[in-house]
Design a protein around this ligand. Structure first.
Ligand SMILES: C[S@@+](CC[C@H](N)C(=O)[O-])C[C@H]1O[C@@H](n2cnc3c(N)ncnc32)[C@H](O)[C@@H]1O
Length: 273
């Protein structure tokens, strides 16, 4: 049976690639590259660099194909994405059938982690459900842009015992209603943080995380929003593309910062967390 690895390669720095990912890459005969948009050239180059750096004593092939474009005539967003996933599934079903022999291993090198805002898993599920190819699937986790953001700003994503929301710029345009105190925003081409300027928030923003072009800005949202927008526009004009992620967190009032009196009968912090 053909085997297909979905390998999370981390979100930008070749050193985010895990040992498990390297071991899986060293088993693959064919790598399928499926990038799109402005970042295409650099992201494909990074995947090639990762293959060259980590695959040892083994011959492999790279199969590159243009990604289908979303059909702009479909006005409903979900329907448009559904159609695009279907087109991709058909394309890759054909490609895997043609390029991978029955006993061979193929691999998709997925940006960050395959579980987070990435359609490769859904596409592969469709191929399996269609039943034309029999495939064994293995998913290798990777470091997400969200984790890279937290590490580079040296912050925890959650408040003590609190939840985190993960959302998109598109969703943020309608506000933060009912969201937890911390919200990670991805896929935001429009600086949607401008829709929540009135809220008392801190922002931790990062672009090109883990890459040589990396930019970090943090501060009170109402004070740094304009600067982030300017830095973002300049970087995008200079590099021709940008990927950015940010954490919005509710600002603590001074009283929340004051440590509570210690009650010796209470459980220790280690037990409480
Ligand atoms: C299609 S999603 C892929 C997310 C990816 N699967 C992950 O685990 O991070 C692309 C979005 O991820 C975020 N992103 C990915 N890589 C990034 C990076 N190196 N720096 C900043 N944001 C990044 C951006 O919000 C971008 O719009």
């Amino acid at each position: 049976m053909r085997k297909l690895y979905l390998i999370g390669i981390g979100a930008g720095n070749p050193e985010y690639v895990t040992v498990q990912a390297i071991q899986a890459m060293n088993k693959a005969d064919v790598f399928f590259f499926m990038d799109k948009g402005e970042a295409k050239h650099q992201l494909v180059a990074l995947r090639k660099e990762i293959c060259e750096r980590y695959i040892e004593n083994r011959s492999y092939r790279i199969v590159e194909t243009p990604d289908p474009v979303r059909d702009a005539s479909i006005s409903d967003y979900t329907a448009r994405v559904e159609r695009w996933h279907e087109q991709r599934a058909l394309l890759y079903e054909q490609l895997i059938g043609a390029e991978l022999e029955e006993t061979q291993c193929g691999a998709f090198l997925v940006w960050g982690d395959p579980s987070l805002y990435d359609s490769t898993l859904r596409m592969v599920e469709r191929i399996v459900a269609r039943g034309k190819l029999s495939l064994e699937i293995e998913v290798i986790p990777g470091i997400t842009s969200m984790q890279a953001l937290a590490a580079r700003h040296k912050i925890s994503l959650n408040g003590i015992g609190e939840s985190i929301a993960i959302t998109t710029g598109r969703q943020l345009t309608s506000g933060l209603h009912g969201s937890p105190t911390s919200t990670v925003v991805m896929l935001d081409g429009q600086c949607s943080f401008n829709h929540v300027l009135d809220e008392d928030l801190e922002i931790y923003w990062g672009a090109y995380l883990g890459m040589s072009e990396e930019i970090l800005v943090s501060g009170r949202l109402s004070e740094v929003a304009a600067r982030i927008e300017e830095v973002r526009n300049n970087a995008r004009n200079k590099n021709g593309w940008i990927m950015d992620t940010y954490l919005l967190s509710q600002r603590k009032t001074p009283s929340q910062d004051t440590p509570p009196a210690i009650d010796l009968a209470a459980p220790s912090p280690a037990e409480a967390e």
